[in-house]
Design a protein around this ligand. Structure first.
Ligand code: CA2
Length: 150
């Protein structure tokens, strides 16, 4: 089973600024922990980050054929991007939305997501643990779906 992890804009700055909101781990550390958990779960992950909306859309389109699902922290594009929503729904692969911070405890403009109603699930507010829980949840979902198909 293959999962594509997608990180949106500014997440390359993780660990360098705003640790009170986003935690102290760098993006490389997030990816390292996702790879470790993936080995435990016996799945494969690939990780991709971009600050560009178009590059994220291209990546989702390009990766979809080869993966079973997506784990997505779309960053600020969560709250703005119809294009990313259309890409994720259009490719027909299940995805889980994750956020490091509890977006509902923050500014009102972060309370709306263009992705949540199309996601299998949403995990927010647990820092790096949001990604790990999101990966576990997605793998459980994909395994259950595969069982029901056979
Ligand atoms: O909590 C999350 O994971 C967010 O997706 C992070 C986004 C934010 O726009 C969303 O509302 C919630 C921002 C990522 C920016 O990350 C930074 C990390 C360190 C320093 C500056 C930005």
């Amino acid at each position: 089973m293959k999962i594509a992890v997608v990180h949106g804009p500014n997440l390359n700055l993780l660990g360098q600024r705003e640790p009170a909101i986003y935690g102290g781990a760098t993006l490389a550390e997030v990816d390292r922990q996702l790879h470790t958990l993936a080995m435990e779960l016996q799945v494969e992950v690939t990780c991709f980050q971009s600050n560009s909306e178009g590059a994220l859309v291209d990546h989702v389109q390009g990766a979809a054929e080869a993966v079973d699902g997506f784990l997505v922290n779309a960053g600020a594009y969560t709250h703005t991007s119809v294009a990313l929503r259309d890409a994720l729904t259009g490719v027909g692969r299940p995805f889980v939305e994750v956020h490091l911070s509890n977006v509902y405890a923050r500014e009102p403009f972060r309370h709306h997501s263009y992705l949540s109603d199309r996601a299998v699930g949403v995990v927010a507010g647990f820092g790096l643990e949001s990604y790990l829980s999101g990966l576990r949840g997605l793998v459980v979902h994909l395994r259950q779906a595969a069982k029901h198909e056979s």
